[in-house]
Design a protein around this ligand. Sequence first.
Ligand code: AMP
Length: 255
Amino acid sequence: MSTKLRILVPVKRVIDFAIKPRINKTQTGVETKGVKFSINPFCDIALEESIRIREADKDKVENIHAVSIGPTKAQDVLRTALAKGADNSTLVDVGDEEVEPLSVAKLLQKVVEKDNSNLVILGKQAIDDDANQTGQMLAGLLNWPQATNASKVEIDGDNVTVTREIDGGADTLRAKLPLIITTDLRLNEPRYASLPNIMKAKKKPLEKLKASDLGIELVKRIETLKVVEPPVRNAGIKVETVDELVSKLKELKAI
Ligand code: AMP
């Protein structure tokens, strides 16, 4: 019999992707007051994939556990994850502190060990820090294989085949469990949570921990010196012909 999947899905609460972020007055980061927060889109795709794996073969998946490291309010994204199909969830409450990817990976390593997870599906990146590091660091800490930027995941027994988006094409990898997968945009289209499921999710478990409960000290290694808006770009112009394009480029001394 093949191994049952114990899937861990880390979900980050970030400023909603549809919001245009503004820099705060102290130029230390993005203004977060009065701004809508949601589940990070790539984490939503990770969660959707884990639910689809179960829907394809319900006996294959023993558990889907959603974990978020963030402020108390990150419970919202966990409730959403539970409403969509996660079985249980954990909030590692770090208050308003920004936790760097290495600390996130160390906390997730502890959760993996506690849960005896054999598959972790993360987003390829969080859209607030755009770090694209946590999955890779977690694979390093656990000494597990990793398949990043997945656009297709197929599971057959203990073998997992992952198609990855790479520059100019696709790369197909096969690995055995345990495995780390990070999701790319085209892997799937996440569902919305239905109202009855949102109600039912209120009864699903939401465990609350502190980083110290997992034996991890949150260390800051990176100091943000200043955050500024990108320079305003001048509007472009349209040219009618290639000749006109070439003469414009010459005028601008671009060629
Ligand atoms: P990053 O490396 O910060 O770009 O994040 C990549 C992925 O790691 C995210 O899509 C999440 O799946 C996971 N992750 C990063 N930070 C957190 C967090 N604070 N809580 C839960 N998951 C996180």
